[in-house]
Design a protein around this ligand. Structure first.
Ligand SMILES: [Zn+2]
Length: 277
């Protein structure tokens, strides 16, 4: 199994340096993508991974920097020649959101299907709403499990664990420090965790609604000073910092504020391949 960071930025605002946080797990010629903000198909191509091989798409929650390309990424997979099923998993309303997006694509789908003779797109997709934590699916290659994390006001936001014969990778999704996430990540090879640098809060101090936004960040996300202890508690070998807020902090400044983790830490960078073991 290979792990490639497709995007490492937090929040929906585009920047010149980071795409929205997303990651690809490549097992043989099969690709599992966790989160699909805007540009994820482009990032897959830039990483040399064919969107055609997308077998499963895991959505952590419905903030648009994680979900914008929920229809577009599978569509590109189909355009690239995929005809096998794509499993799509996420909190409600994943099934409904996908339907609505595809309704908006209907004219393209009709015309493209007619002009290419491809099998119809919609029946290829197998979407699921995840309403209980635990096993999502298991097959010969992987076992995928999910935990409920803390990202209010979402009733359900998910962290995922992907176990394969060649290692285990956990993605926190967006969350405040979460005991469920620590349990999910216990003993994993790699934990990809979201993080906010304290300078993001300092920058807000003079802006409009600054204290409201700062409160929101602290209740819904994880500050840098807490991330090392989370990784240590979970006992993971490698911590990857991703969903970085803000986008422009130097690697050294991320590492300096981390504290308390005895394993290896990697500051995420778009298109970086991370050694799982
Ligand atoms: Zn979010």
């Amino acid at each position: 199994m290979r792990l490639v960071l497709l995007g490492t930025g937090g929040g929906p605002r585009p920047s010149g340096t980071r795409f929205p946080s997303s990651q690809a797990l490549v097992i043989g010629d099969r690709v599992i993508v966790v989160d699909c903000g805007n540009g994820v198909a482009k990032q897959l191509s830039s990483a040399g991974i064919s969107p055609r091989n997308l077998s499963d798409l895991l959505l952590t929650h419905h903030h648009v920097d994680h979900s914008a390309d929920l229809g577009y990424l599978p569509l590109i997979s189909w355009v690239e020649g995929r005809s096998e099923t794509i499993g799509i998993y996420g909190p409600p309303p994943t099934v409904g959101a996908l339907e609505s997006i595809l309704d908006g694509y209907e004219e393209d789908l009709r015309k493209r299907t007619a002009s290419t003779g491809r099998p119809p797109f919609r029946p290829m997709l197998d979407p699921h709403d995840i309403v209980v934590p635990g096993l999502v699916f298991e097959d010969d290659d992987v076992r995928v499990t999910a935990a409920f994390v803390d990202h209010p006001p979402f009733e359900i936001a998910l962290g995922y664990r992907i176990d394969s014969a060649s290692g285990s990778v956990v993605v926190s999704g967006d969350t405040a420090p979460s005991p469920n996430l620590v349990d999910l990540a216990r003993g994993a090879d790699v934990l990809i965790h979201e993080v906010v640098h304290p300078s993001a809060i300092t920058k807000l101090q003079n802006g409009t609604n600054a204290s409201t936004i700062a409160d929101h960040i602290r209740r819904n996300h994880t500050m840098l000073a807490d991330v090392g202890a989370i990784a240590e508690q979970a006992g993971v070998r490698t911590l990857v910092l991703s969903h970085l807020v803000p986008h422009d902090v130097d690697d050294g400044d991320w590492l300096a504020g981390l504290g308390g983790f005895s394993g290896r830490t990697v500051v995420g960078r778009d298109l970086l391949e991370v050694d799982i073991r």
